[in-house]
Design a protein around this ligand. Structure first.
Ligand SMILES: [Zn+2]
Length: 302
């Protein structure tokens, strides 16, 4: 979708509301009163009414827009801007594009969308063969000085992030050459240097019957207990290019994107920026559908 077709479809507040309603109807509306799913639509009130108990649910209620006072049109423009580029926008830039006076509501809206993106991706568990490695991301140094950042292998202003990629080895039958077919990614900010952090992450993100590839770092000692097979290789140029190829590509792309767009990122918000990067990476073949998917994340990702 480009700016012209966006404006043609979503020129008014009502256009956006009707589109939002049509997607929300498909996802199903749950009554907060009785958990019922059957509703009347109250025309003109932009609300659902439960057929069981009469409880009313506004179009925003239960979605990530619930407590926002910004019009649907502003949310739609933001979702369009966030989904139309691979890179994304800084909140300052979005505020300018939206022509809004206040920064805070824009900031809150964008972070809610990033949170919803993370919640959507949390529904998937990585399977089959998984590459796992850690990257060190630059975070705002003020945070580090206040002692809030964890120090990555002694590096100042760096935050450790675990990155995972589903990556299945394929052999091209004609040539016998091996390649890796890559699907979903995950990136999680690690709070400590202890191996428990990684263990929890593996349990949460990777299916038990997977094969996990890492380098020989000591923080990975327990992984073999948690999955089918844990294969370690020493960190060298060959491993980087082959065994951990995709996870390394993701780490360097994420660093470049985050640094290029946001300049300085506070440690406590790094996960949210990673959510957006990974969400788009996982949907890299969605094309125009990415916008609708983001609206669905808005409906179901609260
Ligand atoms: Zn009800």
């Amino acid at each position: 979708m480009n700016i012209f077709s966006f404006t043609a479809h979503f020129g008014t507040e009502e256009d956006c509301r009707l589109h939002f309603k049509s997607l929300r109807d498909k996802e199903g509306v749950f009554c907060k009163g009785c958990q019922g799913q059957r509703h009347y639509w109250l025309v003109g009130k932009w609300s659902y009414q439960c057929k069981g108990c009469g409880f009313r649910t506004s179009l925003r209620s239960g979605t990530i827009m619930e407590s926002s006072k910004l019009p649907f049109l502003v949310w739609y423009k933001t979702m369009f801007l966030m989904s139309c580029t691979k890179k994304g926008f800084s909140t300052n830039e979005l505020q300018k594009q939206l022509g809004l006076k206040r920064y805070e509501p824009v900031w809150a809206m964008v972070h809610k969308l990033r949170k919803a993106m993370g919640n959507r991706d949390a529904r998937y568990t990585l399977q089959d063969m998984v590459e796992l490695d850690e990257g060190y991301f630059s975070v705002s140094s003020k945070e580090i000085e206040r002692g809030k950042g964890t120090r990555g292998r002694g590096a100042k202003g760096k935050q450790k992030v675990a990155v995972m990629a589903e990556s299945t080895v394929l052999e091209v039958t004609e040539t016998g050459k091996q390649d890796r077919h890559v699907r979903y990614f995950k990136a999680k900010v690690l709070d400590s240097h202890q191996s428990e952090g990684i263990n929890e992450l593996v349990k949460e993100c990777i299916s038990e019957d997977s094969i996990v590839f890492t380098d020989k770092s000591t923080s990975y000692v327990d992984i073999s207990d948690l999955v089918e097979l844990h294969i370690t290789e020493k960190s060298d140029a060959k491993t980087t290019k082959e065994t951990l190829k995709w996870v390394h590509i993701a780490i360097s792309n994420a660093k470049r994107t985050l640094l290029g767009n946001y300049h300085k990122i506070k440690r406590k918000y790094l996960q949210l920026y990673l959510n957006e990067f990974i969400y788009k990476l996982n949907r890299r073949y969605f094309g125009e559908k990415l916008f609708d998917r983001l609206v669905i994340a808005n409906i179901t990702g609260a």
